[in-house]
Design a protein around this ligand. Structure first.
Ligand SMILES: [Mn+2]
Length: 371
């Protein structure tokens, strides 16, 4: 049996400018979580660590991040654990690549970085394993990161590293290092360790092909970070177990202001389930009572202490108290007349619906985005 830790998209050096005064803390957390990834590999007794691109957020890095990576790879070496990586889209193997500037392989003898322009491989006879990979040479490319992939040794296990987008018709940009299900299925691999999408995702069961997602929260991620613990059994069966490892969590809360009558209720709704490691994005929508006014920055300042970070976006609109005909706007006027007569002619729930329809219709005709 072969045990692997698969990670990707760590994005060391991310600026986190959207987190304001917490950006520094999250930059540090990324470093801490990277150390936890390596510690997890050691504690779980894996045979090899795979990093499927974007270890770094950019090819320009502070020396301390370079030192951190070398230090952590040395810890793996002490335990006789090899590590393989491919340059991704953020740390691509272009002319100014960090992998050209720093001789990581010279400093870490247990490290293999795939930098050959064509698909190449590294054999580990003691593990009966061959690992295949090809670097991303730039941020954008029409070339599949699986191009030229086929088993080329007599190893029992064959694993590929790739950084790019799994092809989903109509959803995948063509120059985003795209690969297809057919390429995965005809690859002859036992496992494909993927990077680029920022969440754990299985593209294929046979052979198993997974995105690990980042281990720690980075902007545009929608959940806690994780690594994948992958077991390749001698029977050929592959077991993949996501292990949550990130500290920060993220969620999004949409609040329909039609349902909120008072400010304290709004504050309770925003704060529900708050904790010091949660990054929350709140969007206020719909029509609100005109007297219920609060500036989003004030809500963020008052309630933000309960979170790691709180963003409040106000996309709601004040309910118009008096809707009158507006000279020169024929469609709007006709709509107001029709709805007012419908309100007069109806009662109960139907009347409520008609009143709401009048409010939404006017807001839409006035160019507001309320739906
Ligand atoms: Mn990435």
């Amino acid at each position: 049996m072969l045990k692997i830790l698969h990670t990707a998209d760590i994005h060391l050096g991310t600026k986190f400018s959207g987190l304001g005064n917490k950006s520094n803390l999250q930059r540090e957390q990324l470093r801490t979580t990277f150390k936890n990834v390596i510690a997890t590999a050691i504690n779980e007794g894996v045979n090899i660590v795979l990093i499927a691109g974007d270890l770094f957020d950019a090819n320009q890095q502070p020396q301390r991040n370079i030192d951190l990576v070398i230090e952590q790879f040395h810890l793996l070496k002490e335990k006789n654990i090899p590590v393989c990586l491919v340059p991704g889209t953020h740390d691509s193997f272009d002319s100014s690549s960090i992998y050209r500037k720093v001789d990581f392989e010279g400093k870490c003898s247990n490290l293999k970085i795939f930098t050959g322009e064509c698909m190449s491989c590294k054999e580990y006879p003691e593990l009966d394993l061959t690992v295949y990979g090809k670097p991303n040479l730039s941020n954008r490319s029409h070339v599949s990161p699986l191009k030229g992939l086929e088993p080329s040794t007599s190893s029992k296990f064959h694993i590929a590293l790739a950084h790019g987008s799994f092809y989903i018709p109509g959803r995948t940009a063509e120059d985003d290092h795209v690969f297809s299900l057919e390429e995965i299925q005809s690859s002859g691999m036992n496992y494909l360790a993927l990077g680029h999408w920022h969440r754990p995702y299985r593209c294929s069961k046979e052979p198993a092909a997974w995105y690990s997602g980042p281990p720690e929260w980075i902007p545009d991620q929608r959940e806690k970070g994780a690594v994948l613990l992958v077991s390749l059994l001698d029977t050929g069966e592959v077991k993949v177990e996501p292990k949550e490892i990130g500290l920060r969590d993220y969620d999004e809360v949409d609040i329909d202001m039609n349902e909120i009558q008072e400010l304290p209720v709004l504050k309770v709704r925003i704060s529900e389930g708050a904790n010091e490691n949660l990054i929350r994005k709140v969007t206020l929508r719909g029509l609100r009572n005109a007297e219920l006014m609060e500036n989003p920055e004030e809500l963020e300042a008052e309630l933000g202490e309960k979170f790691f970070h709180l963003d409040v976006m106000d996309e709601s609109h004040a309910r118009s108290e008096e809707i009158s005909v507006d000279e020169g706007r024929l469609i709007r006027n006709r709509f107001v007349e029709l709805m007012k007569s419908q309100i007069e002619d109806s009662e109960g729930e139907a009347r409520e619906i008609a009143e709401n329809a009048l409010q939404y219709g006017i807001a839409l005709l006035d160019g507001k985005e309320v739906l």
